[in-house]
Design a protein around this ligand. Structure first.
Ligand SMILES: *Cc1c(COP(=O)(O)O)cnc(C)c1O
Length: 356
């Protein structure tokens, strides 16, 4: 039966798969909740927003996203607190970034209220899918594809915006061994690195695979021009602590994806009184700081792992070992705090949680 809520047309599944899910063994990104949000952009405007049973899409073979990659996505998480409230972490930031990506890829923008209302209504409907055990969460994947059935290159006139969700287990962020990449490039100035555009991830697979063959888990990307400046760690932002100062590449150029996790880490660090430097970070100075013992901490920051400590850095054939994980004051402290924050176990002092 169809109902309407917040102008969203809802058609509920009659065959919930919930009972078949083993919530003690949740693989990442393979199990999807009962419903999805779907809304089409046609004739210059967004049509009726809908929530429908999770199902396959039926697409024309000439669907332009499949040929020319006008496709963007977002990733965020929700968790359940002890009262059964679902807490979504900073979804407004994702809504804004989604539209920044849409703009860069010449796609229709989704009104922020609709993005958030769709998210809220979908998660409320599937709230039993939000796992409540330690470390578990609901991973939320909003995305948009160009849907013109036209084999010609131009911005599509039609788009499909969807939100799907997956219950996921605790993410054990093993310390990662990363390699500083000095040949391949994730993003060039003037390119699309600042957009969460699908093609960026396809382009990163090959260099990442080469690094994995060398025994590294991920790459640290450097700037495309000189490869002398550090940009990101895989699909995470990267943060260093040197001489008690928090140092991270600034986001003034359009080559670095502005992560919600890193922004949150920096805001917390500022609140705790740490000195923070957001500026170009040279590969040289990181290697020098490792060599002279002033590098205290290095980690990736992103939604999936929150904080992923870096254990080793490979550069020009040498593998450098970083300080023992247990001795890392800042990343251990900030990881614990953000983890509690997302679960509503500390005061929401920055007003970051949206309650459903
Ligand atoms: C998504 C993403 C991040 C991290 O962003 P969060 O909002 O913290 O999850 C960092 N770098 C890249 C390239 C990304 O795609």
């Amino acid at each position: 039966m169809d109902t309407t809520l917040n102008n969203i047309q809802i058609s509920k599944t009659e065959n919930s798969r919930l009972a078949s899910v083993d919530f003690d063994n949740l693989p990442f990104g393979k199990i999807f909740s009962d419903h999805m949000f779907e809304m089409d952009f046609v004739d210059g405007k967004w049509q009726t927003p809908t929530i429908v049973p999770f199902r396959n899409l039926s697409l024309h073979p000439a669907t332009s996203a499949l040929h020319y990659g006008q496709a963007i996505f977002e990733g965020l998480k929700a968790q359940k607190n002890a009262n059964g409230d679902v807490l979504i972490f900073r979804p407004d930031m994702n809504a804004k970034r989604f539209n920044a990506s849409a703009k860069r890829m010449c796609m229709a923008e989704v009104p922020e209220e609709m993005f958030l209302e769709g998210l809220k209504t979908l998660i409320d409907l599937d709230r039993d899918w939000v796992p409540g055990n330690d470390g578990q969460s609901l991973y939320i994947r909003p995305f948009m594809i160009a849907t013109d059935d036209y084999v010609g290159i131009r911005p599509s006139e039609r788009y499909k915006f969807l939100i799907i969700t997956c219950p996921v287990g605790a993410y054990y962020a093993d310390p990662v061994k990363v390699k500083i990449e000095t040949y391949y490039t994730r993003a060039a100035e003037g390119g699309v690195g600042k957009a969460k555009a699908a093609g960026n991830y396809a382009a990163s697979l090959y260099p990442a695979m080469l690094a994995q063959k060398d025994g590294f888990r991920q790459l640290i990307w450097t700037d495309g021009k000189t490869h002398e400046f550090i940009e990101e760690a895989g699909t995470m932002n990267v943060v260093f602590v040197i001489d008690n100062k928090i140092i991270t590449p600034d986001e003034s150029k359009d080559t670095i994806l502005e992560g919600v996790t890193k922004r949150s880490v920096l805001q917390i660090a500022a609140d705790w009184g740490y000195e923070i430097e957001e500026r170009p970070v040279r590969v040289d100075e990181i290697i020098e700081a490792i060599n002279n013992g002033t590098l205290q901490d290095a980690f990736g920051a992103g939604t999936a792992a929150t904080i992923a400590p870096i254990s080793h850095i490979g550069y020009e054939g040498t593998t450098y070992e970083l300080p023992a994980i247990d001795n890392r004051e800042f990343s251990n402290k900030v990881k614990e705090y953000i983890t509690k924050y997302k679960k509503g176990l500390v005061e929401d002092k920055f007003n970051w949680l949206m309650k459903v």
